[in-house]
Structures are given as structure tokens and as C-alpha cells.
Design a protein around this ligand. Structure first.
Ligand SMILES: NC(=O)c1ccc[n+]([C@@H]2O[C@H](COP(=O)([O-])OP(=O)(O)OC[C@H]3O[C@@H](n4cnc5c(N)ncnc54)[C@H](O)[C@@H]3O)[C@@H](O)[C@H]2O)c1
Length: 267
């Protein structure tokens, strides 16, 4: 019997034991100043990675971790992303990991009430930003012959919804960008996966609830109360999922969607 095709070799180095699950790796995290991105930055650094936080704003509090550096960038600006990634690579070396966590949710409004500026802003950060960070990071991963890209989608990238329809559209796009890039870059040893957080205990989620025409109580009832695990998730519960996808423990996992939602999509 013929051996199954193998376009890329399994890593010969086993995952580092204990707390060093991404030891020796360099990670770029976009949106690392946000609630979920910051949890990812801390988690990766605590597991041995050198981490560059690429955000348009500084983190809310000091990292207290020498392995983390901050870089100011507007992810919707191609020239800015290109030069920032080049400077990060000059500083840290080629990246093993890219986490695209930057995102905005926008104003709740049905499609016919949304403005062109709102559409451009949402697709600019969530879709174009993810694409640009990938575009300028991937050549370095190709040169390395390995890499893991983790894109932040959402449960809203799996289901439709009336509250923030354009946000759903952007997160659906991120989901399929991840699967397509998994196809394109797999032969280079680069894995691409998406994470799909449910309702998390974050500022973004709080502001979405407060601005929802449903009112916060009904908003939480629909997204949280009826779930098998009827609570909001904690940022570290997403960071653990990202840690797995960033590490060599997930070496055979690509093009998949890791849903971390307390069972919301199990209905
Ligand atoms: N919070 C939730 O409940 C939840 C649920 C599902 C998915 N998500 C997704 O998870 C990701 C992180 O969410 P969060 O709660 O940490 O949000 P957040 O608002 O706390 O953080 C987002 C970060 O992205 C940065 N950013 C936005 N536009 C940028 C730009 N043009 N250039 C550079 N940086 C930019 C912001 O400055 C911010 O630090 C997002 O993609 C979000 O859509 C969040």
C-alpha cells in the first residue's frame, strides 16, 4: 500500500514540557492592548514566547514581563503594517506565531441603517487588518518553513444575528480567510486556524450589551443565560485555546474553528 501523501514533515521537536508550551517562539499579537488580546499576550509570554503586541493604543497597564514589547500600528494602513512588521522582525527575529486579535464590533444597526463609513471601519479592522498582518508576516514564516496563525472570529462568525449584522459578516469572512489560508500555506508548514469566542467578560461585550436595542437583560438572556454553561467566559479561557493553537501540541490542526462559547452554538 502506498504511504499517504506528506507535503510537510511533522515537527521533530516535541512540545516543551511544563510551563514552556511555546518556549523559544516569537509571537506577534494584534490587538494585544484589548481584553482578550492582553490575556493572549500574557499567556504566551508566561509559556516562554517573546511577544510583540501590535495595537493602535498602548496597553492599559504594564506587562511586568520582559519578553513583551509594544508596537503602535494602524492595522488598516498597509504601509504602516508593512513597516511595523519589518521592525518587529528586525527586533525579535522571524515570527513563529501570529495572533490576529484586533477587532471592533461597531454600532448595532440593521444593514439599511448602517453608514458607508461604519461598513468601511468594520471591514477595515476585522477583515483588511487580519489580511494585512497575515500578508506581511507570512513571507517570514515561509522562510522559516513553519508557523501558526490564529485568527479571531466569533460565534457571530458562525451564526447570523439581528443586533450587529455587519460584524457577523466580517467574522464570517475571517472564518473563511482562515480556512483558505490553511489550504494555501499548509505546504509551507504554516497552520491557520480561527477561534470563536462566545460572550466574554470584556469591555467589548459590556458595551455591546449596553448599546443593544434589546436592552442588556434580553441581550444577555439570548447570548448567555440559556447556554449549557450559563455564564460569560473569562479572557484566559480564550487565551488557553490560542495557546494550544500557537503551540506544537496542535501540529496536525489546521483550517479548523475552535469554538469557546459555553455551548452557545450547541443549541
Ligand atoms: N469580547 C468578546 O466578547 C468577543 C467575543 C467574540 C469575539 N471577539 C473578538 O475577539 C477579539 C478581541 O476582542 P476584545 O474583547 O479583546 O476587544 P477589545 O476592544 O478589548 O480589543 C481590541 C483591540 O484591537 C485594537 N484595534 C482596533 N482597531 C485597530 C487598528 N485599526 N489598528 C490596531 N489596533 C486596533 C484596539 O485598540 C483594542 O486594543 C476581537 O476580534 C473581537 O471581535 C470578542
Amino acid at each position: 500500500m502506498n504511504a499517504p501523501p506528506s507535503s510537510t514533515e511533522a515537527p521533530t521537536v516535541p512540545p516543551a514540557p511544563g510551563n514552556g508550551r511555546v518556549a523559544g517562539k516569537t509571537a506577534l499579537v494584534t490587538g494585544g492592548s484589548g481584553d482578550l488580546g492582553a490575556a493572549v499576550v500574557r499567556m504566551l509570554a508566561d509559556h516562554g514566547a517573546a511577544v510583540a503586541n501590535l495595537d493602535r493604543v498602548a496597553p492599559h497597564r504594564p506587562w511586568g514581563r520582559a519578553a513583551v514589547s509594544d508596537w503602535t500600528v494602524d492595522l488598516t494602513d498597509a504601509a504602516d503594517v508593512e513597516s511595523t512588521v519589518a521592525r518587529v522582525v528586525a527586533h525579535h527575529g522571524a515570527p513563529d506565531v501570529l495572533v490576529n486579535a484586533a477587532g471592533i464590533i461597531g454600532r448595532p444597526a440593521p444593514a439599511h441603517e448602517a453608514t458607508e463609513d461604519e461598513f468601511d471601519a468594520l471591514f477595515g479592522v476585522n477583515v483588511k487588518g487580519t489580511w494585512l498582518a497575515t500578508k506581511y508576516t507570512v513571507p517570514h514564516m515561509i522562510a522559516l518553513g513553519r508557523g501558526s496563525i490564529v485568527n479571531f472570529s466569533s460565534i457571530h462568525g458562525l451564526t447570523g444575528g439581528a443586533n450587529v449584522p455587519l460584524y457577523h459578516a466580517t467574522k464570517g469572512a475571517v472564518r473563511l480567510m482562515s480556512k483558505s489560508d490553511a489550504n494555501v500555506y499548509g505546504p509551507h508548514g504554516i497552520r491557520v486556524n480561527s477561534v470563536h469566542p462566545g460572550s466574554m467578560r470584556t469591555a467589548m461585550s459590556r458595551s455591546a450589551a449596553e448599546r443593544s436595542p434589546l436592552g442588556p437583560q434580553e441581550y444577555y438572556r439570548q447570548l448567555v443565560s440559556g447556554n449549557p454553561l450559563a455564564r460569560q467566559g473569562e479572557p484566559d479561557e480564550i487565551a488557553h485555546a490560542v495557546l494550544y493553537l500557537a503551540s506544537d501540541e496542535s501540529s496536525f490542526t489546521t483550517g479548523t474553528e475552535l469554538v469557546v462559547d459555553g455551548g452557545y452554538t450547541a443549541h
